[in-house]
Design a protein around this ligand. Structure first.
Ligand SMILES: [Zn+2]
Length: 412
C-alpha cells in the first residue's frame, strides 16, 4: 500500500531557533528549508502528489507557487525540484493531478487534456491523472429515482470525466508520454462508481483513481469499493484520492486499493480543535500560545488603548519560559498552565485545562523516536507559528505511517 503526500509547499527550516524565534541570517528558503520526505527518515512517504492547480493556479485564484518556484519546477523537473534525486528519496514516485476541487463550482473543467499532459510531461512525472470533474454528493437512492434532483448534474459530470479520460489516454499514447496515465472514476453511489470503473477499463486504463471520496464516510467508501471489486479486472490497480479517514486502509487494500493520498494527519496538527499531536494509540491537544501580533482582536484592543502591549508580551514570554523550564525538569505542569491562564486573561482564549495537563504529564514528545521530536522537544506540542505547527504535522505523518504498517501487518 503506497502513501502519497499531496504537496502544498510545506517545509520547515532545520536551523530555526526556538528561543529567539529567528532564522539564520543567511537562510535561503529554497536551499535550506526541508520537505517532509527530507526530514522523515526511511520509507515514510512513498510518493508526492502535485496538483496543477497549486502550481499554475486557476482562472479565479493564484497557485501556492511563486512565479520563481513555478519556473524552476518546469525547468529542472519534479525530481530535482523536490530533491528526489538523492539516494534516500529515489524510491519516491511522483504523481500529477489537475486539482479538480479548485474548479468544482464551474460548469466544465477549465483545463484541457492537452494542457494537463504538457504539465505532466514537462515536469517529468511518473504518473499522471486524467482531467476530471468532481461529483459532490453521495446518494445511492438516485440510482432508483430518475427524478432525483441532482441526478442529471451528477450523470453529466460523470460523462464529462469519462470523455476527458478517453481523450487523455488517446493523446498520451499519440504523444508517447513517459508517465503512466491514470483514469478518474467519479460517482454518486456504489453502482455508479462501479460503472465508471467498468468504462475506464474499456477505454484501456489499468490504473484508476477514485475521485470525490473526500467527504465520504468509511462505510460509504467500503460499499463503493465492494461494488467496484465486482467490476474490477484482476490487474486493475486503484488509487484513492484524498482520503480523510485512515482507520480502514487495510480493508481498502483487500479491494484492490494499491495507493492513496491524504493530508489529514498533517493538517490535524494545526487545523483540528483537539487532535493535534498523534501517537500510536491516541491523540493530544497542542498548547496554544499565539503571538500577540497574531491575534487581530488583541491587536485592536492594544491600538484602542484597552490592553497594555508590554504586559501582553510579558505574559506571552512567561508562557514560553515556563514551557522550556518544564521540559528540563524545572517547574511543574501546574506552573505552566497558570502562566497560560494568565496570558489568556488578556487574549480571551480558552485554556484547555484537562487537555493541557494531560499532554504535559504524559510528555509524549519524549518517547517519540522520530527525528523531529528528538530535536524540537516540548516545542512539538506548542501550537504556535509555522515552524512548530508544521514540525508537529510532519511528526503526525511519521506516526500515521507506523500506524498504517501496524494495521497492514495485523491483517496479513
Ligand atoms: Zn515525533
Amino acid at each position: 500500500m503506497k502513501f502519497f503526500f499531496p504537496d502544498s509547499q510545506d517545509q520547515i527550516n532545520p536551523d530555526f531557533d526556538f528561543v529567539t524565534e529567528e532564522h539564520l541570517a543567511l537562510r535561503v528558503r529554497q536551499r535550506d528549508d526541508l520537505y517532509a520526505h527530507e526530514v522523515l527518515d526511511g520509507h515514510v512517504i512513498d510518493g508526492l502528489l502535485v496538483s496543477k492547480a497549486i502550481v499554475d493556479g486557476t482562472a479565479g485564484s493564484a497557485g501556492k507557487y511563486t512565479a520563481a518556484q513555478r519556473n524552476r519546477l518546469y525547468r529542472v523537473g519534479v525530481r530535482r525540484f523536490f530533491r528526489l534525486d538523492q539516494t534516500s528519496s529515489s524510491h519516491i514516485q511522483t504523481m500529477g493531478d489537475c486539482g479538480a476541487f479548485s474548479y468544482i463550482d464551474e460548469e466544465k473543467p477549465p483545463v484541457t487534456p492537452d494542457q494537463v499532459i504538457d504539465f505532466y510531461a514537462e515536469c517529468g512525472f511518473d504518473l499522471g491523472i486524467s482531467v476530471d470533474h468532481v461529483i459532490f454528493g453521495f446518494d445511492p437512492a438516485a440510482d432508483i429515482d430518475p427524478h432525483h434532483p441532482q441526478l442529471e448534474q451528477w450523470q453529466l459530470r460523470q460523462q464529462i470525466t469519462l470523455q476527458l479520460a478517453s481523450e487523455f489516454l488517446a493523446l498520451s499514447r499519440a504523444r508517447k508520454v513517459r508517465f503512466e496515465p491514470l483514469g478518474v472514476a467519479q460517482g454518486w453511489s456504489p453502482a455508479s462508481y462501479a460503472a465508471a470503473v467498468r468504462s475506464l477499463q474499456q477505454i484501456g486504463y489499468k490504473r484508476i483513481a477514485l475521485g470525490g471520496m473526500v467527504p465520504l464516510k468509511t462505510p460509504e467508501i467500503l460499499a463503493s469499493l465492494r461494488a467496484i471489486s465486482l467490476a474490477r479486472e484482476p490487474d486493475t490497480q486503484l488509487h484513492l484520492l484524498g482520503i480523510t479517514r485512515c482507520s480502514n486502509i487495510s480493508e481498502f487494500a483487500s479491494y484492490g486499493v494499491k495507493s492513496f493520498d491524504s493530508t489529514s494527519a498533517f493538517r490535524q496538527a494545526f487545523k483540528d480543535d483537539k487532535d493535534n499531536y498523534h501517537t500510536m494509540d491516541r491523540t493530544y491537544t497542542a498548547i496554544r500560545v499565539p503571538q500577540v501580533d497574531g491575534l487581530p482582536k488583541l491587536k485592536k484592543q492594544i491600538l484602542a488603548g484597552k490592553v497594555d502591549q508590554e504586559l501582553a508580551i510579558q505574559r506571552e514570554r512567561a508562557c514560553l519560559r515556563a514551557l522550556r523550564e518544564y521540559d528540563v525538569g524545572q517547574g511543574s505542569a501546574q506552573h505552566v498552565i497558570d502562566a497560560i491562564q494568565h496570558y489568556n486573561d488578556i487574549t480571551g482564549l480558552r485554556t484547555y485545562y484537562d487537555a493541557y495537563l494531560d499532554v504535559l504529564t504524559d510528555t509524549p514528545w519524549r518517547s517519540c523516536p522520530c527525528s523531529i521530536c528528538t530535536k524540537a522537544g516540548i516545542n512539538m506540542i506548542l501550537f504556535r507559528g509555522s515552524e512548530r505547527n508544521k514540525r508537529r504535522g510532519f511528526h503526525n505523518i511519521y506516526v500515521f505511517r507506523r500506524r498504517l504498517d501496524r494495521e497492514l501487518n495485523a491483517r496479513s
